[in-house]
Design a binder for this molecule. Structure first.
Ligand SMILES: [Fe+2]
Length: 413
């Protein structure tokens, strides 16, 4: 196996440890809600993936590091067997964080040895790459899960002590027109993609316009001040029930103080920056905002058509940057590296989609129900992980991811 892949393996695995660096052992063990997992669990589960899907299959004389881990750190693979219940992951005070770090070192050593062998089957390369892409997905979850955890603490602890400077400027939003026609959707080329990005296929898309940048906090604040959360005409029925049942009247991490709005960030509690994009909004909120603004959310095919020549995949940071303009000749900004963008498309298989054989086939396909697709990437997406054809997906009431709003509108006359 190539030196480059071994080095890539080491660097992705190191990045996980680097993300945990600012955290205490206590930070790493707690779980703030059923959707979020403790950092320690992420560190173990990503290792479990390599042990279960690679070492167990291909290592001569395989012995598990700890037989109990097969169940403890199985996320959702029914084909592998029993799973420890997700809402209880924060109760796993044993194994200790030290034990999990030892587990990581052990699996790293064994996997690098396996990769060095000359008789490994060709499919191992693809599985190493899948394991690394899987770990990168969990790296983003580590940040969003830890943000949710820290947000529960009334002392507003910061993950990063680095200051978050206010954005001094915001590029004006403009509309960019795309003609009607057949567009190609799905992954192209030899690079890695998940199975849900295939097969590449054609879709007819009517003429549409896409906003040049994401909706800003200032624009979203205008929606709130105009009574957006109190007007049932703006909301999908389930969305109206959702905001009322959960008493939601602003984005997840906004806090209203006597002297104005603050936003909890990975840099701690900050004055709400009106220039930065609104983030941590649900599909329901994105949809209601779009209706209020006289627009709508883009479909997946529209988004992919608009992004097809993208070259700038953004830079990882801990909070979405403001649109400062000029990255692409067509003026589209913040396609990547700020907030995931809700689309109006249900997460469904592309025509001709087939999941992989066996337990690994549970990776994506079985989740294609009751979720919406988000496109692009976020500030928390690790470097090298974003792609034009990438399909992220969450249920409509999800807000703890870095999810934002890009508007579209139809240009049919
Ligand atoms: Fe996973």
């Amino acid at each position: 196996m190539s030196e480059a892949l071994v080095e890539h393996y080491r660097s992705v695995r190191r990045h996980t440890l680097a993300l945990a660096e600012p955290l205490s052992d206590e930070d790493c063990c707690a779980q703030s809600m059923p959707d979020a997992s403790p950092v320690k669990w992420h560190m173990a589960h990503t290792t479990w993936f390599f042990e279960t899907f690679l070492l167990e299959r291909y290592e001569p004389a395989f012995q598990p590091f700890d037989a109990a881990f097969r169940v403890l750190f199985n996320s959702y693979y029914n084909g592998v067997g029993d799973k420890y219940p997700r809402p209880w992951r924060g109760l796993l005070t044993r194994p200790s964080l030290g034990d999990v770090r030892a587990y990581r070192r052990n699996v790293d050593e064994r996997l690098v040895q396996l990769m060095a062998r000359h008789d490994v089957p060709a499919e191992l390369t693809g599985l190493v790459e899948l394991g690394l892409q899987h770990e990168q997905q969990h790296q983003e979850l580590m940040l969003t899960d830890v943000k949710h955890l820290l947000s529960m603490n009334p002392t507003h602890p910061a993950y990063s002590q680095a200051p978050l400077a206010p954005a001094s400027w915001l590029a004006p939003a403009t509309w960019h027109a795309f003609e009607a026609g057949i567009v190609r959707v799905g992954h192209e080329g030899d690079g890695f993609c998940f199975d849900n990005e295939t097969p590449r296929h054609r879709q007819f898309v009517e003429a549409f316009e896409l906003a040049s940048r994401l909706v800003s906090n200032g624009e979203y604040l205008a929606f709130i001040e105009a009574g957006g959360y109190r007007d049932p005409a703006l909301w999908l029925s389930e969305g109206w029930d959702w905001i009322n049942a959960n008493r939601i009247s602003h984005p997840l991490y906004w806090r209203q103080m006597q002297d104005g709005w603050r936003e909890f960030t990975l840099h701690g509690l900050q004055t709400l920056d009106l220039h930065r994009p609104v983030t941590h909004v649900s599909y329901f909120e994105a949809d209601a905002y779009a209706r209020w603004a006289g627009a709508r959310l883009p479909s997946e095919a529209e988004w992919e058509r608009a992004a097809r020549d993208a070259k700038d995949f953004g830079h990882a940071s801990l909070h979405p940057p403001a649109a400062s303009g000029g990255a692409r000749p067509d003026g589209l900004m913040q396609l990547f590296g700020a907030c995931w963008q809700w689309t109006s498309s249900s997460y469904a298989p592309y025509p001709g989609y087939r999941a992989a054989e066996g337990a690994i086939g549970e990776y994506n396909g079985k989740f294609m129900v009751n979720q919406y697709v988000l496109r692009g990437s976020s500030c928390a997406t690790p470097p090298g992980h974003a792609r034009i054809s990438y399909r992220n997906f969450f249920p409509a009431g999800t807000c703890w991811q870095f999810s934002g709003i890009r508007l579209a509108r139809s240009s049919l006359s």
